[in-house]
Design a protein around this ligand. Structure first.
Ligand code: SF4
Length: 431
């Protein structure tokens, strides 16, 4: 098979993997024009220091032996199949790199023949790149679940980042929708990567040798293919961050690609707002010191589609506000909608030298429009007299936004609903 045809097939098959940030973005440039990434995939990823790097995104093979219900590449689908050779992937990467199109490679794979064989092919590819071609660019590679520990370790010494996709948020869903996968096999490489990295950190610098997965590990969960609540997904993410020190958990709104009785109908819209809320909650876990139990409770296990999780928490915990910007601790400031880690630091630094006024807060990066209901500045709340939490909700949501969300709710059957009821909202809005 021609290399170009392989690229066409395998870049198309790789686009459902969102473990790098720009995956799945619709690009309206025409194919064949400059800037068109409609077919072959170049995606963007972010390094720990915040730099954005372009990666060549490829699937090594889509000739999978597994039959996961939700996957376009499952063995029971009649789709064109292709497999690269290690040399082809290495040559492609170098060609793109030398032309300055990319700074690294994102290499994933379906399971061809068996997990060990697949992992060996990935190792061969990375060895050609690192050892024969001297490629020192960034490489993100999939750890193949079920592969031998020695192979995973060898792969980890060649890559910068590895990811093992959890795929679905519960064992039950995995059993039902990915019957060939053993949940144990998914978590085993994660655990191994964490352990080897820790062991390496404890060694004196001179004895460390080559770095093992220096950019850490990540995972991906599909949202909306199975019935788990938002709370259970956020709790799993929290657990993964704590237990395996993951760098990122990526969420992928399920795009129905297969007609299947166990899955939402093919006409179902991907739950993009839910995916967005999960990323917001993820941000709260990683940078705002929230716990999963604070973000969503057993009584209210799904996101408020009208309010982002932080604003929602603030409204539900209104008795804790307003906080005085002159005296509140850093952690208290961090809980205020409209104040982020950087602006909270700015407040703490600035107030050592002078008394803060509303105009100062704007200069320090606070979004007053959101924060005004939750802060006191010079003994006054900028929003004036606060009536009640419901009044805050209606003030935070513009009528236009509300109409869009309402329409979205009525159309979408797969969305999770809702925190406050629409009738009460209508009533409050009309007051
Ligand atoms: S293992 Fe499952 S999810 Fe992965 S490519 Fe094969 S069918 Fe798709």
């Amino acid at each position: 098979m021609e290399l170009e045809r392989k690229i066409e097939i395998l870049a198309e098959s790789a686009k459902y993997d969102v473990s790098c940030s720009s995956s799945g973005v619709e690009n309206n440039t025409r194919q064949g024009t400059v800037g068109s990434t409609a077919v072959s995939g170049i995606c963007h990823s972010f390094t720990p220091d915040g730099r954005c790097v372009s990666l060549l995104k490829l699937l090594f093979t889509n000739a999978c032996i597994f039959d996961c219900h939700y996957c376009i590449n499952r063995k029971s689908n009649a789709i064109p199949r292709a497999t690269f050779t290690p040399q082809e992937v290495a040559d492609l990467t170098m060609d793109f790199y030398m032309r300055n199109y990319i700074e690294g490679l994102f290499l994933s794979s379906a399971i061809i023949k068996n997990p060990d064989y697949t992992c060996e092919l990935l190792i061969k590819t990375l060895k050609i790149l690192r050892e024969e071609k001297g490629f020192r660019g960034y490489i993100h590679v999939k750890a193949i679940p079920g592969a031998d520990e020695k192979l995973i370790e060898e792969l980890g010494f060649l890559a910068d980042r590895m990811s093992v996709n959890v795929e679905l948020p519960s064992r039950e869903s995995l059993k039902l929708l990915a019957p060939d996968k053993d949940p144990f096999d998914l978590y085993k490489p994660m655990k191994q990567i964490t352990t080897v990295k820790k062991e390496q950190e404890f060694l004196p610098a001179v004895r460390r040798g080559p770095s093992f997965v220096p950019a850490g590990q990540s995972t991906q969960m599909i949202i909306g293919a199975s019935p788990e609540s938002d709370r259970s997904i956020v709790k799993i993410s929290e657990n993964l961050y704590q237990k395996y020190q993951l760098k990122r958990v990526y969420y992928s709104a399920y795009i129905p690609v297969n007609q299947d009785n166990l899955l939402p109908a093919v006409t179902t819209e991907p739950p993009l707002l839910r995916e967005h809320r999960l990323y917001q909650a993820d941000w709260l876990l990683r940078f705002y010191k929230f716990t999963a139990d604070e973000i969503l409770s057993e009584d209210r296990p799904n996101f408020n589609l009208y309010l982002d999780p932080k604003a929602n928490w603030a409204v539900q915990n209104y008795q804790r506000f307003p906080v005085d910007v002159q005296t509140a601790s850093y952690d208290q400031l961090l809980r205020v909608p409209g104040i982020g880690p950087k602006s909270a630091q700015n407040i703490v630094k600035a107030r050592k030298y002078y008394r803060l006024h509303l105009t100062d807060l704007k200069k320090l990066g606070i979004v007053i429009k959101r924060a005004q209901y939750f802060i006191a500045c010079n003994h006054e709340t900028p929003a004036g007299l606060i009536k009640d939490p419901e009044w805050i909700i209606t003030s935070l949501i513009s009528s236009k936004q509300y109409e869009v969300l309402k329409k979205h709710n009525t159309q979408s059957t797969s969305e999770q609903l809702t925190l406050f009821d629409v009738e009460r909202f209508e009533h409050a809005k009309s007051r």
